[in-house]
Design a protein around this ligand. Structure first.
Ligand SMILES: NC(=O)c1ccc[n+]([C@@H]2O[C@H](COP(=O)([O-])OP(=O)(O)OC[C@H]3O[C@@H](n4cnc5c(N)ncnc54)[C@H](OP(=O)(O)O)[C@@H]3O)[C@@H](O)[C@H]2O)c1
Length: 254
């Protein structure tokens, strides 16, 4: 039996978000599923055994985002777990990438997550309970040529979420940042990211990452790094001088 009554999951149509929704449903948590691809959300809703709302929204669109914000504010069927998981990025040298597409990465990864976190935090703190799980990335631990915008959005997510965790410590609201490494989802295809040179040991499944995230928010872990290989990587990145990280990242094969 889950500790959460009703969870809103953004990016529930695919990958880590869809897995989290499935795992929450298996534990009896009711769901509000958010993404742009309504057919996929409807398929998932039909497949799980709990009360499930589908809320189609493009989180880069302020009007559509406002519908999701209203759902988070709602007190008739209150949401006690918000999972800000929707996110994406594009690959290439920053000066060659399309400005509008890069701005949409900031709008979704930072803008929507920031607003939904603040709105949820206010309502949950007043209620004295709740959870906010923000999906970040190991990419946010370092400068990252070829994914400059994406990496910077995830640095924001980790720092913002860690600060929120401390702000809400005495309120009964759990706040966690989930920082996965390479995870097998549609992410790399959407990002035009060539993964052919990456060793198999660097990868995790969406199922493993989702499980680690849900355990972490239950335990109110501030920063969740799933997988032994990623824990080692995160520990190294935390102690290495920025200059050394920058040098190492500039030597990676592209
Ligand atoms: N996969 C990895 O290696 C990896 C590593 C570290 C962190 N992450 C993070 O994990 C999170 C989930 O990614 P994933 O790996 O599961 O990738 P994914 O399979 O591509 O899923 C991304 C989800 O985000 C939704 N989304 C994208 N743009 C949206 C928008 N404008 N409005 C609403 N929803 C939108 C997509 O739904 P629609 O297209 O239907 O809108 C989809 O459900 C992301 O925040 C990502 O940065 C992934």
């Amino acid at each position: 039996m889950s500790r959460w009554e009703r969870a809103l999951v953004t990016g529930a149509s695919s990958g880590i978000g869809r897995e989290m929704a499935r795992q929450l449903a298996a534990d009896g948590t009711k769901l509000v599923l958010v993404a742009r691809t309504e057919e996929r959300l409807n398929e998932l809703a039909a497949d799980v055994d709990v009360e499930c709302e589908v809320l189609r929204a493009d989180l880069a669109d302020p009007t559509e985002l406002s519908y999701v914000e209203d759902r988070v504010r709602d007190t008739v069927k209150p949401i006690d777990l918000v999972i800000n998981n929707a996110g994406f990025g594009f690959t290439g040298p920053a000066h060659e990438l399309d400005v509008e597409r890069e701005t949409s990465v900031v709008d979704v990864n930072v803008g929507a997550l920031h607003r939904l976190s603040l709105i949820a935090a206010r309502r949950m703190a007043a209620a004295g309970r709740g959870g906010i799980l923000n999906v970040s990335s190991l990419a946010g631990f370092m400068s990252n040529p070829d994914v400059a915008t994406y990496a910077a959005t995830k640095a924001f997510v980790t720092t913002f979420t860690e600060s929120l965790h401390t702000d809400l410590k005495q309120t009964g609201v759990h706040v966690s940042a989930l920082c996965p490494g390479f995870t097998r989802t549609e992410f790399q295809t959407r990002a035009d990211y060539d993964t052919s040179k990456l060793p198999a040991m660097m990868w995790q499944s969406a199922e493993e990452v989702a499980r680690a995230g849900l355990r972490g928010i239950d335990a109110n872990t501030a920063i969740i790094v799933p997988g032994a290989q990623n824990k080692v990587g995160a520990a190294m990145l935390t102690v290495m001088p920025r200059r050394a990280i920058r040098f190492a990242m500039s030597k990676l094969p592209t």
